[in-house]
Design a binder for this molecule. Structure first.
Ligand code: NDP
Length: 255
């Protein structure tokens, strides 16, 4: 097979949680570019539907928007059912939905800490559980968790211990899931971005200067810079890659 052909996802169905905006939107667009039918699963119905429509208009694929809160097991179960009803199966799941509470421990309530864990970690579990059962029955698939370089380092100067805990846990989660589901042909990998300018980033001039001083590449990433890695890990080009975490951070964690 031609090398570039091995990156294509023609005829595959990919769910992207939080696919309406930011990194998830860019990944959804990247999948559509290489031929996958794309399902946008996020909380806000209007922007989810708009994203699905815009992606379908720009690429020769089918899309679907399913309003989904990843903290709701009923929503996630219904998501998997609707995708199977519409497309016949699920080939790729991207657990991208994520939040941060940018505040110090003194100000961060236990409820805020738990909310981050519930979305970033348990949300990935809910989606993997229901999508994974479908993949198992169909002979396999690929699960990607959008983790972070924050799984491996302390971030500075912002305070976000809830976020670090959720992303660190996603590493062990990925290792174990990859191990347990290898026999079903399901690959599980993490993408670990550095600073990507999206709504998620809370920054001021001083913060940006501090971050920039730690980077080897003197520019922040755009969401579209993460998409090619997601395409690779979702595709047959990465058939031998599982249980892996790929850091894409402009060299931030080297320093
Ligand atoms: P944004 O803040 O731009 O978007 C967050 C996304 O998550 C939205 O699509 C939102 O949907 C969705 N979401 C949040 N909560 C839920 C929920 N309960 N159920 C379903 N969807 C939900 O985030 P980014 O694009 O910046 O981040 C995407 C992922 O990348 C996150 O996991 C983040 O931790 C990770 N990441 C980001 C980095 C960055 O620098 N930006 C760096 C490293 C990792 P809705 O609009 O409906 O609320």
């Amino acid at each position: 097979m031609d090398v570039l052909d091995s990156f294509r996802l023609d005829g595959r169905t990919a769910i992207v949680t939080g696919g309406n905006r930011g990194i998830g939107r860019a990944i959804a667009e990247g999948f559509a570019d290489v031929g996958a039918d794309v399902v946008i699963a996020n909380r806000d119905e209007e922007s989810g539907a708009a994203a699905a429509d815009e992606i379908e208009a720009a690429a020769d694929v089918d899309t679907l928007a399913v309003q989904t809160d990843v903290t709701s097991e009923a929503d996630v179960r219904a998501l998997a059912e609707e995708v199977v009803d519409t497309f016949g199966g699920i080939d790729v799941l991207v657990n991208n939905a994520g939040i941060t509470h940018h505040n110090s421990v003194a100000d961060k309530s236990v409820e805020e800490f738990q909310e981050t864990i519930d979305i970033n970690l348990t949300g990935a579990y809910r989606c993997s559980k229901y999508a994974g059962e479908v993949m198992k029955d169909d002979g396999g698939g690929a699960i990607l968790n959008v983790s972070s370089m924050s799984a491996f380092i302390a971030n500075y100067p912002q305070h976000q211990v809830d976020y670090q805990a959720s992303k660190g846990a996603l590493e062990a989660f990925k290792n174990q899931l990859a191990s347990e589901w290898a026999e079903f042909g399901i690959r599980v990998n993490n993408i670990n971005p550095g600073y990507v300018f999206t709504d998620n980033i809370v920054h001021g001039e001083k913060t940006v200067d501090t971050w920039r001083s730690e980077m080897l590449v003197d520019e922040f990433a755009r969401p579209a810079d993460i998409a090619p890695l997601a395409v690779y890990l979702a595709s047959d080009a990465a058939w031998y890659v599982t249980g892996e975490s790929v850091v894409i951070d402009g060299g931030y964690t080297v320093r």
